[in-house]
Design a protein around this ligand. Structure first.
Ligand SMILES: [Zn+2]
Ligand SMILES: [Zn+2]
Length: 297
């Protein structure tokens, strides 16, 4: 079997042999057991993705609105002078609702018409295939969005027309992660959905990728530098402090999830770097570029 070669089992005996060999088989069996009709439906991926969205937004909006003064959360809030209010969150939730009604739900229904039911293979992916594909998807999205992001900051027309919507918030919070212009939402959704289509991807890997892509996107927007967050253990991972910096100083820290490209191109800065800088407007747009753009916080 090649690295990404699709598996073709010729007999039930071969299937049983492969099943006994796979570390992920018990998880895969548990996932599909009794849920085959739901999982096969073309409506499952969009509604699964939306349920991840709603869970993150709900949990962190409750934390932001009702538990922000709890010492644990207060201690790790990055922009400690900024508070998330219902008025702030409401504006973002309202835009997301419109984006979903006008774009996401109709696209889900279109999928119902032209996407065939998802085949559920009896055998789980190998651990190597599962992990290596997730890593490749992660690196591809991170690189692709970095290019999109830099272009949408450097080309003034694109910034003003599209990406400035996301920059209405200079202090991010979880509910603001999806505060996007419909075009940006389309591009991001397309990348997350289609990158795994470039490979023969097992649906377990595909669904795990959806969860990772959304969890990481929400994590960098939480506005909290939790001590257990990945960037404390993996220096190449940017995490919430870097993306918070990007919202505060939009011409810095462009890479969405990692930071090796930001470091190569000199875009990566930390709060300590910023404090030492003589240029008090470092990383900010000129007033002229921002003229007329709406700011929420
Ligand atoms: Zn952001
Ligand atoms: Zn940006």
């Amino acid at each position: 079997m090649g690295f990404y070669a699709p598996e073709n089992f010729t007999s039930q005996a071969e299937i049983e042999l492969a099943k006994s060999d796979r570390l992920l088989q018990p998880i895969w069996d548990w996932v599909i057991n009794g849920r085959e009709d739901i999982l096969r439906s073309p409506l499952f991926p969009p509604f699964y993705a939306l349920s991840i969205d709603y869970s993150f937004v709900l949990i962190f909006t409750i934390i932001d609105l009702f538990f922000a003064d709890v010492p644990f959360f207060k201690k790790y809030k990055i922009q400690s002078d900024r508070k998330v209010t219902w008025d702030l969150a409401k504006k973002s939730l309202w835009l997301q609702l419109w984006n979903q009604l006008l774009w996401i739900y109709p696209m889900a229904l279109v999928q119902l018409l032209w996407v065939p039911p998802t085949p559920l293979p009896p055998v789980a992916p190998t651990m190597w295939e599962f992990c290596s594909q997730l890593l490749i998807f992660f690196l591809m999205f991170d690189f692709g969005y970095f290019v999109f992001h830099v272009v949408h900051h450097r080309v003034k027309f694109l910034y003003r027309w599209c990406h400035s919507v996301h920059h209405m918030y200079s202090s991010p919070f979880t509910a603001a992660a999806q505060h996007l212009h419909p075009f940006e939402l389309f591009v991001v959704s397309l990348m997350v959905t289609c990158i795994p289509w470039l490979f023969p991807t097992h649906c377990l890997t595909y669904w795990a990728w959806f969860f990772i892509a959304q969890a990481v996107s929400y994590e960098v927007h939480t506005g909290y530098d939790f001590p257990f967050a990945l960037h404390h253990f993996i220096p190449i991972y940017s995490g919430a402090p870097a993306h918070d910096m990007h919202h505060m100083r939009p011409l810095t820290c462009f890479e969405p999830w990692l930071n090796y490209l930001d470091r190569i191109f000199g875009y990566h800065i930390t709060y300590e770097d910023l404090k030492k800088m003589k240029d008090k407007r470092y990383g900010l747009y000129s007033k002229e570029t921002e003229t007329g753009l709406q700011k929420i916080n």
